[in-house]
Structure formats: C-alpha cells, structure tokens
Design a protein around this ligand. Sequence first.
Ligand SMILES: Nc1ncnc2c1ncn2[C@@H]1O[C@H](COP(=O)(O)OP(=O)(O)OP(=O)(O)O)[C@@H](O)[C@H]1O
Ligand SMILES: O=C(O)C1=C[C@@H](O)[C@@H](O)[C@H](O)C1
Ligand SMILES: [Mg+2]
Length: 178
Amino acid sequence: MTQPIFLVGPRGSGKTTIGQALAQALGLQFIDTDHWLLSTSGMSVAEIVEQEGWDGFRLRESQALKSATQPGAVVATGGGIVLRDENREFMREQGLVLYLRASVDTLTNRLEAFPDEGQRPTLTGKTITDEISEVLAAREALYQQSAHHFIDASQSPSEIVADILQRIPASGASKAAS
Ligand SMILES: Nc1ncnc2c1ncn2[C@@H]1O[C@H](COP(=O)(O)OP(=O)(O)OP(=O)(O)O)[C@@H](O)[C@H]1O
Ligand SMILES: O=C(O)C1=C[C@@H](O)[C@@H](O)[C@H](O)C1
Ligand SMILES: [Mg+2]
C-alpha cells in the first residue's frame, strides 16, 4: 500500500492512539501533525495560539499536513484539520481517509481523564462537555465529507485496529465508502 492513511475526528477520538497502533500493525511510518508542529516549531498548540491566534495555528497545520505526509504512512491529524477545504481535498486525493467516530460522552470521559491543555487549549471557553457538543455539531458534516470509511471509535484500540485492517486488505486500501 503506497497511499497514506489519514485519521480524522474530534479531540479524544483516538487519532494518535490508533494511528500509532495501526502503523505498527502494518509496519508503516507514523506521522502526527500536532507532534510534527511541536517538534518543528518548538511550540505547543497553546503557545502557537497565544502568539498567533487560531488562524495562525490553522495556517501552520495546513502546511504541516502537506509537508509531513509521506507515501505509505499513517497520518494522525489534528481535530480541526477538516475545517479547511484545501485540507479535505488534499487528504481525499492523496490517500484513504478514516473518520474515528465516538459519542460526546465517550469523548468527554477521555478528555476529562487526560486533558493535555498544552496541546488542547480551549476552543470555545466552555466546559469540556459543552465544547465537544458544540464543536462536533459544527464539524460532523466535514468529518463525514472527508472520510472514505467511518470507524466506530468507542471500541477498544485493538478492536478498532482489527476493524480498520478488515477494511484495508493487504492487496490495497479500498476507497469505497462504507
Ligand atoms: N479506543 C480507545 N479506548 C479508550 N481510550 C482511548 C481510546 N482511544 C484513545 N483513548 C484515550 O483517549 C485520550 C485521547 O486519545 P488521543 O490523544 O489518541 O486522541 P486524538 O484524537 O489524537 O486527540 P487530539 O485531536 O487532541 O490529538 C488518550 O488518553 C487515549 O489514551
Ligand atoms: O479540535 C481541534 O480543533 C484541535 C485538536 C487537536 O488535535 C489540536 O490540533 C488542536 O488542539 C486543535
Ligand atoms: Mg492526536
């Protein structure tokens, strides 16, 4: 398989966790746009937003997506990557896009247990539950438009990886929607 696999979804859906496990299972390189930005800029998401605002972060994130993507890699994106048309088009044209879907309750539980405020500064100033509901409602259609496959991300990591592997046989990843 030479086309990259992109994981999209909201904060806490498991893009980083599942991306690492999937890359290991497939023997592929793992890339994470949030980590790539941290290592290339030396700044956390919170620091970039403090200095450049969310517009500055979104610009850097789009550049990171294009610079970091490699053929045959698993790419965990940031939760807001789908906000820009150019990013959605890039991912769909270059590779296979998987949407990790989970309920507001599941996402809230995960983010409350591990908030990581340096990488997940508030988007709305609201509580985690209210923020997730609002952000998911605003982005759901964009995640759906971007994705070739919807994956139930409420399962355990090993179940999710097995589910993904069933949909992308070694003979070549399928872009058929499901
Ligand atoms: N399938 C899962 N089952 C249980 N816990 C999970 C699962 N996937 C991720 N987690 C946990 O949820 C938290 C968030 O996961 P992760 O960082 O992978 O999400 P993310 O989608 O990459 O978020 P972000 O958009 O902020 O980068 C972590 O603490 C992780 O251990
Ligand atoms: O959902 C979002 O907008 C974000 C998710 C994280 O992955 C980071 O990219 C950043 O905190 C923004
Ligand atoms: Mg992540």
